[in-house]
Design a protein around this ligand. Structure first.
Ligand code: SF4
Length: 343
């Protein structure tokens, strides 16, 4: 019997380090790029988890590791209770049918030599038996209409479509195998702002209609707010804040989340927001992250303890809203305030 309380996906202290090797003849590992460094979260049926952070924070490595496009260094991930990293070839094939991905760049992700009909039907050649050959054209036409395009587009080529339409085609291809989870890897970042909302609305409509779960990766918290039920903010390979959408947006407790939020245009919020917080300094290298709290080199609240001890991601008095910050319980209200801070 299926355990209804078991999340669709459970990620437990997942680590992905890329070794840094030196020496032309005698190769020796001299370090590691800590792309993902102990990440845990859950994804439930029909929900959207927003995964947010600057480029290089580990979001895309995380999704590649979950799909086993790269192997993990440590940790576990369970799909319906089954360990993804212990799956046999056959199990992995079935898993990959159930977990699809929509890529950032619709211009790059569609083969320019294939018609739209061929692109949508391609997954059915790998996963046989989903749609019989004789019915594939009709089914591809249905999928196109489901994403807001027309059956007459089946014989056209990707270059004949706009960026937003190509992303719709990418979505049609992703749902062709009746997945349960779609990893949306910055699906609207390459699109004009006016088109972004249309694609986000389409994803929300499909979620309701098909019962899909999404991991929605973005660097813009404003986009995530419209679609996510829960949000994980990542910095240098770690989740630094994790909670439901309203808690995280209305009562952020991590200074990095505060800075990301301050970059979202005021018009996107129901209430006026505070001043823009400009993060100074480069994002440190994941090959050599700072001691203590990884954010301390850019944090305007940093104290001695921040440079010495790494903060754990924990509820800090707010169940279901986890923060990795030594000073989180001093930040309260809808505006992140820290009374002792002298600016
Ligand atoms: Fe800033 Fe310290 Fe909190 Fe890190 S632990 S985010 S440096 S206040």
């Amino acid at each position: 019997m299926t355990d209804v309380t078991e999340p669709l996906l459970r990620v437990d202290r997942l680590v992905k380090h890329y070794p840094i090797v030196s020496g032309a003849v005698r190769k020796k590992q001299v370090g590691a790029i800590r792309a993902v460094d102990g990440v845990s979260f859950e994804l439930h049926r029909g929900e959207t988890l927003g995964l947010v952070g600057e480029s290089g924070c580990g979001k895309s490595t995380l999704s590649q590791t979950l799909l086993r496009l790269v192997e993990p260094t440590a940790g576990h991930a369970f799909y319906r209770g089954q360990d993804i990293f212990a799956m046999s070839r056959e199990e992995l094939k079935a898993f990959r049918r159930k977990v699809q991905i929509v890529f950032q760049d619709p211009f790059e992700s569609l083969n320019p030599r294939m018609t739209i009909g061929q692109i949508i039907a391609e997954p059915w050649a790998i996963h046989r038996g989903i749609v019989p050959r004789s019915g594939q054209r009709n089914r591809a036409a249905e999928l196109l209409e489901l994403v807001g395009l027309k059956a007459k587009h089946l014989d056209r080529y990707p270059e004949q479509f706009s960026g937003g339409q190509r992303q719709r085609i990418g979505v049609a291809r992703a749902i062709a195998l009746n997945p349960e989870i779609i990893i949306c890897d910055e699906p609207v970042s390459a699109l004009d702002v006016s088109v972004q909302a249309q694609v986000v609305n389409l994803l929300q409509d499909l979620q309701k209609e098909l019962g899909l779960s999404y991991i929605f990766i973005a660097h813009d918290l404003g986009v995530v707010r419209h679609i996510a039920d829960r949000v994980a903010v990542m910095y240098l390979g770690k989740i630094v804040e994790y909670g439901n959408e309203s808690a995280l947006f209305e009562e952020p407790r991590h200074p990095y989340t505060e800075a990301l939020l301050s970059a979202v245009p005021v018009a996107r919020f129901e209430t006026a927001r505070r001043e823009r917080i400009l993060l100074t300094g480069e994002v440190p290298s994941p090959a050599n992250p700072p001691s203590g709290c990884r954010f301390h080199t850019r944090c305007r609240y940093a104290e001695d303890i921040c440079r010495q001890q790494e903060p754990e991601l924990s509820p800090r008095g707010v169940p279901g809203h986890d923060t990795a910050c030594h000073l989180a319980d001093k930040f309260e209200g809808t505006v992140l305030r820290y009374e002792d801070h002298q600016s």
